[in-house]
Design a protein around this ligand. Structure first.
Ligand code: AHM
Ligand code: MG
Length: 333
C-alpha cells in the first residue's frame, strides 16, 4: 500500500533492501539524481527571468545548436555524481566521449555507470514548454577499480538496473524504476521535497492518443503512413487524438497516464530516426515495460538491441501495448 505523504528519500530507504544487489550504492545514486534535479529545476524555472536563454554558439556531438541550460544541466548532473563519489563512469548527450571517473579518482570502487540526457527537448525552453532529464543506470561489466571502458556503456537495455526521468512541467516530477514497477514523485517547491504522488504507474493497455511529428509524413515508411491512416479512421474508438509536444519525456509521460503511443520513425534522410538508443530510448523503454507498455523499433524490442556506439540513433515506437502491437503489424510483423 502506498504511504500517504511518503517522501522520495523515505521511499528510497524503504525499498533499498528489495534491490537484489543492495549495498546502498544505487540508493545513493538515485539520491544524487534527486539532488541535481532540484538544482536544475530551480534554474529551468527561472529561465524566463534571467539572461540564460539562447545559444552559446557551440554545437553538441550531433551537430545541433546547444543551449545554455543543456550545458548547465550536464554540468550539474556530472558534478553531483562525480563529487559525491557515486559512479565509475558517465556518458552524456552533451559529450562525445564517456567520462571515466577513475581518471579523476584512482581509488574509485563504484560499480555503476550512468548514461544521461541532461535536458531533453531543450529547444522548448524559450517557449515555456516542458523539458526533461532522462537517465539510465548499468552495472559495469569490467572489473571494479579499473578505468571504465566503452563496453561498460554499450550494454543492451535489458541489462539496465535503473532508469528514470525528471519532467520540468507545470509541476516537477521524478519518475523511476529499479525493475520493480514505476513510481512517480512530485516536487513540493515550497519545501524542496519530492512526494510519492503516482505509485505503481501503469500504461492503459489501450489508448487513444498518437504522438508524432506529422510534418515529416511524406518521409515516413509506408507502414507508419498506413498506421496513421488507421489512427485517423472513423471506427470503434477511432479516430484517435493527435497530441505532440515535441518533448519526449512530456509526450511519453502523458501517454503513460492517459494511454497512447509515441512514434519517431526513420526517414530517408535519417534512416535510424532521431532519438538516441542509450540515453533516450532505452531508459524510456525500460520504464514503459515496467509500466506494462511496449517499446519497439518497429520490428524488434528496444531493450534487446545490442548497441554499437554511444550516440547511436534508433526508430522509436513506445506506449500502450495494444497500440504498439498494431503499429508493428502495420510495419509488416
Ligand atoms: P534533443 O535531444 O535534441 O532535445 O531532441 C530530442 C527531442 C525529443 O524530446 C522530442 O520528442 C523530439 O526531439 C522532437 O523532434 P522533432 O522536433 O523532430 O519532432
Ligand atoms: Mg535529447
Amino acid at each position: 500500500m502506498p504511504k500517504i505523504n511518503q517522501t522520495l528519500g523515505e521511499f528510497i530507504i524503504e525499498h533499498q533492501s528489495s534491490f537484489k544487489y543492495s549495498s546502498g550504492e544505487l540508493s545513493r545514486l538515485i539520491n544524487s539524481i534527486r539532488l541535481a534535479a532540484k538544482v536544475v529545476n530551480y534554474e529551468v524555472n527561472k529561465a524566463g527571468l534571467v539572461d540564460i536563454l539562447g545559444d552559446i554558439g557551440d554545437t553538441n556531438v550531433q551537430g545541433e545548436a546547444q543551449q545554455k541550460l543543456d550545458v548547465y544541466a550536464h554540468d550539474k548532473f556530472v558534478q553531483t555524481l562525480t563529487k559525491r563519489n557515486i559512479v565509475c563512469g558517465i556518458a552524456s548527450e552533451e559529450e562525445e566521449d564517456f567520462i571515466c571517473i577513475n581518471s579523476i579518482d584512482a581509488n574509485n570502487q563504484n560499480k555503476y555507470v550512468v548514461l544521461i540526457d541532461p535536458l531533453d527537448g531543450s529547444s522548448n525552453i524559450d517557449v515555456n514548454v516542458s523539458v526533461g532529464t532522462i537517465f539510465s543506470v548499468y552495472r559495469r561489466v569490467t572489473p571494479v577499480g579499473s578505468p571504465v571502458l566503452i563496453e561498460d556503456f554499450l550494454q543492451k537495455g535489458s541489462e539496465q538496473v535503473a532508469a528514470g526521468y525528471v519532467i520540468y512541467g507545470t509541476s516537477t516530477m521524478l519518475v523511476y524504476t529499479t525493475g520493480a514497477g514505476v513510481n512517480g514523485f512530485t516536487l513540493n517547491p515550497a519545501i524542496g521535497t519530492f512526494y510519492l504522488s503516482h505509485p505503481d504507474m501503469k500504461f492503459p493497455k489501450e489508448g487513444s492518443i498518437y504522438s508524432i511529428n506529422e510534418g515529416n509524413y511524406v518521409h515516413f515508411p509506408q507502414g507508419v503512413k498506413d498506421y496513421l491512416k488507421y489512427c485517423q479512421k472513423e471506427q470503434g474508438n477511432r479516430p484517435y487524438t493527435s497530441r505532440y509536444i515535441g518533448s519526449l519525456v512530456s509526450d511519453c509521460h502523458r501517454n503513460m497516464i492517459k494511454g497512447g503511443i509515441y512514434l519517431y520513425p526513420q526517414t530517408a534522410q535519417n534512416p535510424n530516426g532521431k532519438l538516441r538508443l542509450l540515453y533516450e530510448c532505452n531508459p524510456m523503454a525500460f520504464i514503459t515495460e515496467q509500466a506494462g507498455g511496449k517499446a519497439s523499433n518497429g520490428t524488434e524490442r528496444i531493450l534487446d538491441i545490442s548497441p554499437t556506439a554511444l550516440h547511436q540513433r534508433v526508430p522509436f515506437y513506445c506506449g500502450s501495448k495494444e497500440m504498439v502491437n498494431d503499429l508493428e503489424s502495420f510495419m509488416g510483423n
